[in-house]
Design a protein around this ligand. Structure first.
Ligand code: PEP
Length: 258
């Protein structure tokens, strides 16, 4: 069955990088975004400290014409409020101007012991706040070497995705852990195999919604490899870490989108 056209999304995960001065880089992204194809969405996920300031700048830019750019966040707590020192809720991030939240990034899974069950609850928290959940899955090098990639991804999808996912409220990012920040990427054939498997899994569970959900590839995407990776069937964009910090690189990756 042919896969319906899905609008690509290029999402930048700034991780724990960026001080107030980085607003100039974001402004450069906004300026450059005017020249990006109108068929592509851009999402910038700065550290939480910068969301409100970036949202203000985005709103000001919108006054001069609609921008295909939104602001996102990198994580949230499961609860809306309460005694959780240092944590930030999805509602707070929405209030600051975020429109999407990444949950289940492998760095959160590894550094903070986030299980599939926690990721699933966080995705529900994102929806409770009316935002889009970007759920990350992906295998480690050891799991790939052992031939367990599809089993690992299947388990993460089953455990991390709540019922009720739609093509509007959910984006899935396949991020092989061994490709993140290493400069290594899977072959196009390997990406095609995993993305095809994810599409099939989502379609089996969510029917027509699963056919239209955006599937991002993430892991050492840069301007020089973006067009090859973005041309792979069932790749509907990228989740970009290091290369999303520089406007020129981020926009060049977007330009590589078919
Ligand atoms: C990420 O952490 O989501 C990521 C894809 O990082 P990088 O692009 O730096 O590999």
């Amino acid at each position: 069955m042919p896969v319906p056209a899905v609008r690509p999304l290029i999402a930048g995960n700034w991780k724990m990088n960026g001080l107030k001065a980085a607003a100039s880089e974001f402004d450069a992204m906004l300026e450059g975004a005017k020249k990006v194809s109108s068929g592509i969405d851009l999402l910038v996920c700065p550290p939480a400290t910068l969301i409100a300031a970036f949202a203000d700048r985005l709103a000001a830019a919108h006054e001069h014409g609609a921008m295909p750019v939104a602001i996102g966040a990198q994580d949230c707590h499961t609860n809306a409020s309460g005694a959780h020192t240092g944590d930030i809720s999805a509602e707070m991030l929405a209030d600051a101007g975020a429109r999407a939240i990444i949950v289940g990034h492998s760095e959160r899974r590894a550094d903070h012991g986030e299980t599939d069950a926690i990721v699933r609850t966080k995705a529900q928290a994102v929806w409770r706040a009316g935002l889009v959940a970007i759920v990350c899955v992906g295998e480690t090098q050891g799991e790939r070497n052992a031939g367990h990639t599809l089993d690992v991804v299947a388990g993460q999808l089953a455990g991390s995705l709540p019922d009720g996912a739609t093509a509007v409220n959910l984006v899935v990012a396949y991020e092989p852990v061994w490709a993140i920040g290493t400069g290594m990427t899977p072959t196009a054939a390997d990406v095609e195999e995993v993305h095809g498997f994810i599409r099939q899994t989502l379609t089996q569970r969510f029917n027509a919604e699963g056919e239209r959900m955006r599937l991002l590839y993430g892991g050492s995407v840069k301007p020089s490899n973006a067009s090859e990776l973005m041309a792979v069937p069932n790749v509907n964009g990228a989740l970009v870490g290091g290369a999303s910090l520089k406007a020129a690189d981020f926009l060049a990756i977007a330009a590589g989108c078919p």
